[in-house]
Design a protein around this ligand. Structure first.
Ligand code: SIN
Length: 322
């Protein structure tokens, strides 16, 4: 809840399965470490939730540098799922995370379906985890990643195998690098996912014309930041009309009005990602700005904005795909 002037409140809390979120802004995986690094700069208890960097079974160094480059209105990354591995996460990060009053969603990445299951099984033993986000959409690795996320059958299988192992909420993070994201949202929903996160990064590349070389060591990477927001809105619009489970909107959100646009398009909540690199407190600010917008618009309950887009004046080509 956010206080409104005059003592009223804007209702912004929501829940997905057993996970309760104080407000509708989470910080996106890969943009906020493991939640313990930014505590000098931001009170993470004011966030709706923290999604950790993707965890694999073994630690990963990721791709060689250069692996990040700034582009017009965006950021191209090819990190390659660098992470400390699930064992170190449990030993070194969970003790702190358990002390913070914030909803914790642990993101899992893997090269095989068995690895997803094994990582989740280890995390199941840990108190203080509120849910999982399953990364089937990293564009920067040869094994797993997009091989899974661009294949509807794999999306179904991974969701089914993980659903059978946990009662905690399961979010499946989808890639925009497909023709019809609605099919992938349906595949996840039909196998019992509690939500889909829409979207991971768009495949992109940057070139140095003078050297005639790609800037990233892996040639291509994943584009995020304000440049991708219009794509993300359309993907959220499409996915949310295909499924009944919540859609978490991600893509280029930098302020509260951006986030409200995602709710109108059909998102139940949003994740702030690339903006955290400029300001680790961006998520908290976005949540505050959403509440101010609601106050200004005399909206007392944010849930009334979800999928409240007035599209009477237009018929999207997406409609023929649903
Ligand atoms: C990366 O680690 O390469 C980025 C993660 C992702 O796009 O899923």
């Amino acid at each position: 809840m956010h206080k409104r002037s005059g003592g009223d409140v804007v209702q912004s809390a929501f829940s997905i399965g057993s996970a309760e979120f104080k407000n509708r802004v989470l910080v996106a995986s890969g943009t906020f470490g493991y939640g313990d690094e930014c505590t000098d700069a931001v009170d993470i208890a004011q966030l709706g939730g923290v999604v950790t960097k993707s965890l694999s079974m073994k630690p990963r160094d990721g791709n060689p540098p250069p692996r990040i480059v700034e582009t017009t209105g965006g950021m191209l990354n090819s990190i390659g799922l660098a992470n400390i591995g699930v064992h170190r996460f449990i030993a070194e990060k969970m003790p702190f995370l358990r002390t913070v009053d914030v909803t914790l969603i642990v993101n899992i990445a893997a090269s095989t379906v068995d690895e997803y299951c094994a990582v989740l099984d280890l995390l199941e033993g840990e108190e203080g985890i509120d849910g999982y986000e399953i990364n089937i959409s990293c564009p920067n690795v040869k094994e797993g990643g997009l091989n899974f996320g661009t294949n509807c059958q794999m999306t179904s299988e991974i969701t089914r195998r993980l659903r059978a192992r946990t009662k905690r909420p399961l979010f499946i993070k989808l890639t925009p690098n497909v023709t019809h994201i609605a099919d992938f949202a349906r595949a996840a929903a039909d196998e019992g996912a509690d939500a889909v996160s829409v979207m991971n990064t768009l495949i992109g590349m940057a070139i140095n014309a003078r050297t005639r070389r790609p800037i990233l060591s892996t040639v291509t990477g994943g584009l995020s930041g304000p440049a991708v927001k219009p794509v993300a809105l359309a993907k959220v619009y499409e996915a949310s009309r295909a499924v009944k489970i919540p859609v978490i909107g991600i893509g280029g959100i930098t302020n509260g009005v951006d986030a409200i646009e995602f709710l109108l398009a059909g998102a139940t909540a949003v994740q702030v990602g690339t903006a955290n690199f400029l300001d680790p407190a961006a998520g908290v600010r976005v949540a505050r700005e959403m509440a101010s917008f609601c106050e200004e618009q005399k909206v007392s309950d944010m849930s009334t904005l979800v999928a409240a887009l007035d599209a009477r004046t237009g018929v999207s080509v997406l409609d023929s795909w649903l």
